[in-house]
Design a protein around this ligand. Sequence first.
Ligand code: GLU
Length: 287
Amino acid sequence: MSVVSRFAPSPTGRLHLGHAFAAIQAHDHARAEGGAFLLRIEDIDGTRSREEHVAGIVEDLAWLGLAWDGPVVRQSARLDEYERALADLRGRALLYPCFCTRADIAASVSAPHRGPDGLVYPGTCRRLNPGAAAARVAAGQAHAWRLDMAGAVAYAGLLTWNDLVVGTQIAEPMAFGDVVLARKDAPASYHLAVTVDDAAQRVTDVVRGRDLFRATDIHRLLQALLGLPTPVYRHHDLLLGPDGERLAKRNGVPALADMRAAGVDGVELAAGLRAGRLPIGFTARDA
Ligand code: GLU
């Protein structure tokens, strides 16, 4: 089967060197095998996504000399697909509505339990009477949909996935608790949308940063629940700035658009990143 990889940025800010590094890895991974490279815009978060950043992403990739295959897929155009997956899980009682606010959650836990992704939800709304919860949903009360993690894991059994760098992993999604699959303010969560889309786009190799390594446990579980194929994964090192921190706008990393405007040659920059020539002070590390 021919390799299909993708770059899937969220248009919530301008791309920087770390994004260039990630896009090049995903692109070259597929191209080295004569495979396809796709571009997906993860603009499901309507409150934070900006059209100007979508245009910027397209310009930045072209400037780096990275060409993608087929049309650019936008998650905002795929909400029906996410709703179909949610309805499937809801119909099997694997989801429950959660009415908690962040403040409710903070107030309800005396000894907060932290998972790989922050605070683990204490399960308050899982214990609501289902009829009463359904009535609150019908009455239009704001709610998220959470996965009943224990029920999901019981259904799916033991799951593994393969990382091309570090090998076979046993998925431990329980550590995340009852994750949100549809948010109060967005029709699907990152975890649901990314899993549905990687399958729909027939992505065979997910190449992305190590920051998403453990999240793959959740994606693997969702694949099992939804009957979707499991790609192989390659989680690459992250670029760290001179301060040893992951690159982010807040630590003053220049945007690719600024480098472009300053006359930097994007293709040369990409060649340098490929050859491991990083700007002074930057390192690529397993963070
Ligand atoms: N949209 C995610 C991000 O920008 C990346 C998703 C992925 O590669 O799985 O962090």
